[in-house]
Design a protein around this ligand. Structure first.
Ligand SMILES: Cc1cc2nc3c(=O)[nH]c(=O)nc-3n(C[C@H](O)[C@H](O)[C@H](O)COP(=O)(O)OP(=O)(O)OC[C@H]3O[C@@H](n4cnc5c(N)ncnc54)[C@H](O)[C@@H]3O)c2cc1C
Length: 378
């Protein structure tokens, strides 16, 4: 063997940690690398990390999300039960208009749930709510602690991958000091920092968010989401978080006070009078162009444009992919929901040759992007 590892996973957020874990479970010799520490610089450390179903009118993303939810809760309970708290999650309508929509959503709630009235919510410590949905099996992860627990199972190197080259047999990763790592496969789980290849067709973009962890004695046994997330009181800590700011650059709009608006909203939901700020987190999550996760091979864009220039004018040639290069990204506001299922699918593909579910295959975005690119440059 001319390479050191079967697979190197770049990025130790929840997506990379789960991918490395699943491959190792299948017997691969895996290395996880990150330019900083585990779940430190990306979205995963900042996440409120709710693991709950999606509500809606049964569209494809809802169906996929709920499959992933079901898989994720079983995965965490089985492998990392100390870091997943099955508190239940209440989805509360934002306002009266949203409450009307909830009635339409009800037939599409495939996960175990029940409706819960404002009168039942009050004794739980939840104010100003309309009729809501309670998902009993949903819950909250301790985000960085969970990533760290997964990472403890896997060999790790702090390594800033500056470049990635294929020598015909293996991938070679280099950092700024020209230190080298090699592997047969590479998985890019780099979140919003997605610049190792030309992957514009996937349209990965970041959304900033913040989370505050507060000391509190408030008896709050259930987690809730009403445009922002407020966790149950777990060991004397209540977490408030949300991501809303679409930006490629670090968040400037909060003016150094990322929690101001969140805390105000939380105060309308629960009694925050004894909340004392313990810690603030800011992070960027990454979504794809169509909000569906990205899992699979990476198209060699430069090759396609050079050898099939008509692709820019609507032709549909066979796609050329990089050898043994995969992406696991675009998990949006639900990284902790999607990561375990995506990881399992990727490991089944790499080790067993089982095709990846076409719903998440990034190829879906290439031709449309190429056509648009062609139109804008002509
Ligand atoms: C405030 C907030 C609240 C959230 N709430 C929830 C929630 O309730 N539920 C939920 O499921 N999700 C939630 N999310 C979303 C979730 O955090 C993200 O979907 C998830 O963290 C994305 O994980 P990831 O592994 O794809 O990326 P990241 O966590 O961003 O990890 C990417 C890693 O790649 C590394 N990296 C990048 N480039 C390189 C390179 N060249 N070399 C080496 N390392 C590199 C980075 O250092 C980083 O550690 C929330 C996010 C935020 C910010």
């Amino acid at each position: 063997m001319s390479y050191s590892y079967d697979t190197i996973v770049i990025g130790a957020g929840i997506a990379g940690c789960c991918a490395a874990f699943s491959l190792q479970q299948k017997g691969q010799n895996v290395l996880l690398v990150d330019r900083s520490r585990v779940a430190a610089s990306g979205g995963s450390g900042a996440a409120g990390a709710f693991v709950s179903p999606k509500i809606g009118k049964g569209g494809p993303l809802q169906v996929l999300t709920n499959e992933a939810f079901s898989f994720a809760k079983d995965f965490y309970l089985r492998h990392f039960p100390s870091y997943f708290h099955q508190t239940g999650v209440i989805r509360i309508p934002k306002d009266a208009e949203d409450a009307e929509k909830f009635k339409l959503y009800e037939p599409f709630n495939t996960e175990n749930y029940r409706t819960i009235s404002p009168e039942e919510l009050q004794p739980l410590g939840i104010n100003n709510a309309q009729e809501s949905f309670l998902f009993d099996e949903a819950g909250v992860c301790d985000a960085p602690e969970l990533c760290n627990a997964i990472f403890h199972e896997i060999p790790f190197k702090q390594f800033d991958a500056e470049s990635l080259e294929h020598d015909g047999q293996k991938w070679i990763l280099l950092n700024r000091e020209h230190l080298m790592l090699s592997s047969k496969n590479v998985i890019l789980a780099t979140g919003h920092q997605n610049d190792l290849f030309d992957m514009r067709y996937m349209g990965v973009r970041g959304t900033w968010g913040s989370r505050g962890d507060y000391y509190s004695g408030l008896e709050l046994n259930v987690s809730m989401h009403k445009s922002i997330s407020v966790s149950a009181n777990i060991g004397g800590i209540i977490k408030i978080g949300a991501t809303h700011v679409k930006s490629k650059e670090p968040c400037m709009v909060c003016d150094g006070e990322p929690l101001k608006g969140l805390f105000r909203k939380a105060s309308e939901m629960v009694d925050t009078s004894d909340f004392r700020l313990k810690e603030t987190f800011c992070g960027m999550r990454s979504g794809s162009k169509d909000y569906v996760p990205l899992l699979g091979k990476v198209v060699n864009t430069a090759y396609m444009i050079e050898h099939h220039p008509k692709v820019l004018r609507g032709a549909n040639p066979p796609l050329k992919h990089f050898e043994n290069l995969y992406i696991c990204n675009g998990v949006g506001g639900r990284g902790f929901v999607f990561a375990p299922l995506l990881a399992a699918w990727l490991a089944e593909y790499i080790v067993d040759g089982k095709e990846i579910d076409t719903r998440v295959n990034p190829d879906r975005l290439f031709l449309k992007w190429a056509r648009k690119e062609g139109a804008s440059s002509s």
